[in-house]
Design a protein around this ligand. Structure first.
Ligand SMILES: Cc1ncc(COP(=O)(O)O)c(C=O)c1O
Length: 462
């Protein structure tokens, strides 16, 4: 029948028309809004084709940030993407979940009272660092003014290895950054040279639990003890903030006897990244104060918005709520035992990798994954044909993203490669990685002469 014939021709036409030859769809502007709308399928395909060119997140050994969650988490994510964290009046249950997470973390980090704990979710550790730093600065200013002393030259003391967020904090909020330089083979802040940099204008010392550079822990307890002695002799009280971006979710499970948290009275605040070893997709961090006294009330805004009084201490206003929901999911799903199992597995894989590297004459292991599950290693002095940047490039050919970079000032002579072992990086994947590393090194070793040098080796931004 004619009608049938017409329909089938139409169907045929539709099925064979490739999307990109649709009239008007041959050219899509990249840097300005297209003049007309397009079908959602076409837009989807264009965007998917672009993001496909990004690396495979599971092969990304550079990042500390979660790249895998289980199916239930993915479903929960999809079901809660529309929640705005700031609309606490509209989403009271999400707000309640946030409070529960804060109490759970206060308990995990041994706050004097988890019931009376004070804290908030943040966009990530960076926002947490800014908020904690601001609280330190404000408390220092208040104390100085109360004592009728000048409050115009605050400084903050930290190791030369701190993550860039602390440079930002000092720059944005006009606090003098004082970096304790690295020395010898210790790549983080140690108490011995700390006091050369501390004085009555110090708003606080930042101790890092899990250095971005090599995954090592700064000795928070000894740093506090040194500041105790300083206070006893000078009368100057210097509080400590712990940047536990990664370690906040590792140490309580893998090194439970390490004393680094609110058990130390001098530790006034701690921040950590839920989206790193907190095992949640990017977009969530946490910052907690030991008690309400350490978060100056005048930093907290009370917003009368959308129907209720809402206390907020945040740099952002609107922010996704789904990641907070996912954090709660992970807490419930894993519990302490589950977290311990996941993080221990990461550490076992990291230690396996570092042991294998130790047995390879081409490499020197700088950190072996026994603190954070992070392995850093350099090319040994005997190797003359290639360097860490060449190894990093060769590994990319196999899909592995392993950054190469130099250590901070005073140890810039040392260039390393870093592997971050995260949830989902199994022993099997580690074996594949080590096999590809071996292949890369054999290829480089077989060269008839040294690799040509770049004027400026590519740099990695932490
Ligand atoms: C020690 C440390 N502090 C702060 C940050 C910033 O964390 P985020 O990416 O969660 O903002 C990082 C990130 O790697 C880090 O390693």
């Amino acid at each position: 029948m004619a009608v049938h014939e017409a329909r089938s021709r139409e169907a045929e036409d539709l099925s064979v028309v490739p999307r990109f030859t649709r009239a008007g769809m041959l050219h899509v502007p990249k840097d300005r809004l297209p003049d007309h709308e397009m079908l959602p399928q076409t837009a989807y395909q264009i965007v998917m084709d672009e993001v496909m060119l990004d690396g495979n997140a599971r092969f990304n050994l550079a990042t500390f940030v979660t790249t895998w969650m289980d199916d239930e988490a993915d479903r929960l994510y999809a079901a809660t993407v529309d929640k705005n964290m700031i609309d606490k009046d509209e989403y009271p249950q999400t707000a309640e979940i946030e409070s529960r997470c804060v109490r759970m973390l206060a308990d995990l980090w041994n706050a004097p009272s988890s019931e009376a704990s004070v804290g908030t979710s943040t966009t990530g550790s960076s926002e947490g660092c800014m908020l904690a730093g601001l609280a330190l600065k404000r408390r220092w200013q208040q104390a100085r003014r109360a004592a009728k002393k000048p409050a115009d030259r605050p400084n903050i003391v930290m190791g030369g290895n701190v993550q860039v967020v602390w440079e930002k904090f000092a720059n944005y909020w006009e606090v003098e950054p004082r970096y304790v330089p690295l020395e010898g083979d210790v790549f983080h802040l140690t108490p011995d040279r700390l006091l050369d940099h501390v004085d009555e204008n110090t708003i606080g010392v930042v101790a890092v639990l899990g250095s971005t550079m090599d995954g090592s822990y700064e000795p928070v307890q000894e740093i506090c003890a040194t500041l105790d002695e300083y206070e006893a002799s000078s009368g100057v009280h210097v509080p400590v903030h712990v940047d536990a971006a990664s370690g906040g979710f590792i140490a309580p499970f893998v090194q439970p006897d390490l004393v680094w948290d609110f058990r130390l009275p001098r530790v006034v605040s701690i921040q950590s990244s839920g989206h790193k070893f907190g095992l949640v997709y990017p977009g969530v961090g946490w910052v907690l104060w030991r008690d309400a006294e350490h978060l100056p009330e005048d930093l907290v805004f009370h917003v009368n918005y959308l129907g209720g009084d809402m206390p907020t201490f945040a740099l952002n206003f609107s922010r996704p709520g789904a990641q907070v929901v996912l954090q709660y999911y992970q807490f419930l799903r894993l519990g302490k035992e589950g977290f311990r199992a996941v993080q221990q597995a990461c550490q076992d894989v990291a230690v396996h990798i570092s042991r294998t590297l130790e047995a390879m004459p081409e490499f020197d292991v700088v950190s072996d994954g026994r603190e954070l599950p992070v392995v850093t290693f350099s090319v040994s002095e005997a190797v003359t044909k290639y360097d860490v940047y060449d190894v990093s490039r060769k590994l990319r050919e196999h899909g592995w993203l392993v950054p190469a970079y130099t250590m901070p000032p005073k140890r810039e002579d040392l260039a390393v490669l870093r592997v971050v072992v995260r949830n989902g990086f199994s022993h099997d994947m580690a074996e594949l990685f080590l096999r590809d590393l071996r292949t890369a090194v054999d290829w480089l070793d077989d060269l008839s002469g040294p690799m040509p040098r770049e004027e400026q080796p590519s740099t990695f931004h932490h």
